[in-house]
Design a protein around this ligand. Structure first.
Ligand code: TXA
Ligand code: MG
Length: 342
C-alpha cells in the first residue's frame, strides 16, 4: 500500500486525510501525547483494520477521540463528574472511561460496554476530527509492543506501507500517552494509566482517586487489569531493560560498575556526573526536569534500538511523584518488571 505523507500545515491535506477516515481508511495523526493511528469510531470494520496494521490483540479497546467534550453525550452516558473533569482537563491529555451508547461498535471497545473518550488539544488532531465529522478511534501509532511514536519518522518506521496516510506535525509536546481514569462514583475516580495529567492534579481539583494495581505492579496471571492494554508487554525496545531500586548513591554505584560491560548501556541524568561522561552512558536530561524526561523517553528508547551494539539497558527506578508516576509505569513495563533491589 502506498502511504500518503501529509504536512500538518497543509489544510487541504488534512481534508484529504479526513475523507480517508470517513471512508474507512487509516490515518496516523499527531496529538499532544503521542501519534495516534486513527479510523472512524463508527465503522466496525475500520477498527479491525487498526488491529491488523498494528499487530494488536483485538481484545484491547481503542480510545475514541472527539473534537469537543460536549460530543461525549452522543457516544456515552455522561455524569456531573465527567463534566467537572472536562471543564478542568479537556481538551488535553485525559481519557475518561464511561458506559458506551449503542452507536459505538463493540470491536472499537474490544467487546466492553464501556468506552474511553478523549479530546486532544493538538490543533492538527482537532482539525482532523472536525473535518472527518466522525469520532476517531485511535491507539498509539506504533507496532504492538514497541514504544509509542512521538515523531512522524517513528510512525514511518513502524507503519509505512501498512496504512493510508501519515500527518506529520513534528514532535508531540508531552511524549507519553494520556492519563486514563474511570468514573467510579460522584467525584470518585480510578486511575488506570498515569500520563500527562498527574494524580496530584486530579486530587487538587477535589477528586478522590484510587490507583489501579496494574499501574505500579505486575498482576498475577489470574488478575484482570481494569485497562486491558495494561497486561501486555509494552513500550519495549529490542534491548532488554533492567531497573535498579534503592538508595540513589548505591544505585549510581551499581550503574557505574557496568561501565565496561559489553552491550550494556546506562541511562542517566546529567547531574549524575560520574555516569554522564562514560562511553556507554546515555543522558536523558536533568533529573529534576521530569516533563523533559517524559517528553524524550520513547524517542530515546527508539534511538537506542537503532544501535545494534546495545543489548541491555540499565537505569534507576524512577521516582513516582508528578509525571514521574507515568515514567515509572512505562519503564517498569519496558523492563518487563525486571527491578533489582540494591
Ligand atoms: O494518549 C493517548 O491516549 C494515545 C493517543 C493516540 O490518544 N492513545 C493511546 O491508545 O495510548 P492505546 O490504544 O495505545 O492505549 C489505550 C489504553 C489501553 O491500555 C486500553 O486497554 C485502555 O486504554 N482502554 C481503552 N478503552 C478502554 C475501556 N473502555 N476500558 C478500560 N480501558 C480502556
Ligand atoms: Mg499504545
Amino acid at each position: 500500500m502506498e502511504t500518503l505523507i501529509i504536512s500538518g500545515n497543509d489544510d487541504n491535506g488534512i481534508r484529504i486525510a479526513a475523507n480517508i477516515i470517513r471512508e474507512g481508511g487509516l490515518v496516523a495523526f499527531p496529538t499532544e501525547t503521542v501519534y495516534g493511528l486513527g479510523a472512524s469510531a463508527l465503522l466496525s470494520g475500520a477498527a479491525k483494520k487498526i488491529y491488523a496494521a498494528k499487530g494488536r490483540p483485538s481484545d484491547n479497546p481503542l480510545i475514541v477521540h472527539l473534537s469537543t467534550p460536549e460530543d461525549a453525550e452522543k457516544f456515552a452516558y455522561v455524569s456531573d463528574t465527567y463534566f467537572k473533569l472536562a471543564e478542568k482537563f479537556m481538551p488535553g491529555p485525559l481519557t475518561v472511561i464511561l458506559q458506551k451508547k449503542d452507536i459505538i461498535p463493540f470491536d472499537v471497545t474490544g467487546g466492553l460496554d464501556t468506552v474511553g473518550l478523549r479530546v486532544p488539544s493538538n490543533p492538527v488532531a482537532n482539525k482532523l476530527i472536525r473535518y472527518a465529522g466522525v469520532p476517531i478511534a485511535a491507539p498509539s501509532a506504533n507496532l504492538s509492543g514497541k514504544p509509542s511514536t512521538t515523531r512522524a519518522s517513528h510512525v514511518i518506521n513502524d507503519l509505512y506501507g501498512r496504512i493510508d496516510a501519515i500527518i506529520d506535525a513534528g514532535e508531540c509536546s508531552i511524549g507519553l500517552e494520556s492519563t486514563i481514569v474511570s468514573v467510579e462514583g460522584d467525584n470518585s475516580l480510578k486511575l488506570l494509566r498515569p500520563g500527562g495529567i498527574t494524580l496530584e492534579q486530579l486530587k487538587e481539583c477535589g477528586f478522590r482517586v484510587s490507583l489501579d494495581k496494574a499501574v505500579t505492579q505486575k498482576l498475577d496471571d489470574s488478575e484482570r487489569p481494569a485497562a486491558p492494554g495494561m497486561k501486555y508487554r509494552h513500550y519495549a525496545p529490542r534491548a532488554s531493560v533492567t531497573l535498579f531500586d534503592g538508595d540513589y548513591e548505591i544505585v549510581k554505584r551499581k550503574l557505574y560498575e557496568l561501565r565496561d560491560v559489553d552491550g550494556a548501556a546506562i541511562l542517566c541524568y546529567y547531574e549524575d556526573t560520574e555516569l554522564a561522561g562514560l562511553k556507554n552512558s546515555i543522558v536523558i536530561g536533568s533529573r529534576i526536569d521530569k516533563q523533559n524526561t517524559a517528553h524524550r523517553l520513547f524517542a530515546l528508547l527508539r534511538d537506542i534500538d537503532c544501535d545494534s551494539s546495545v543489548k541491555d539497558i540499565y537505569a534507576a527506578l524512577p521516582e513516582k511523584d508528578g509525571i514521574g508516576l507515568a515514567i515509572f509505569n512505562r519503564l517498569i513495563k519496558a523492563a518487563g518488571y525486571r527491578v533489582i533491589k540494591v
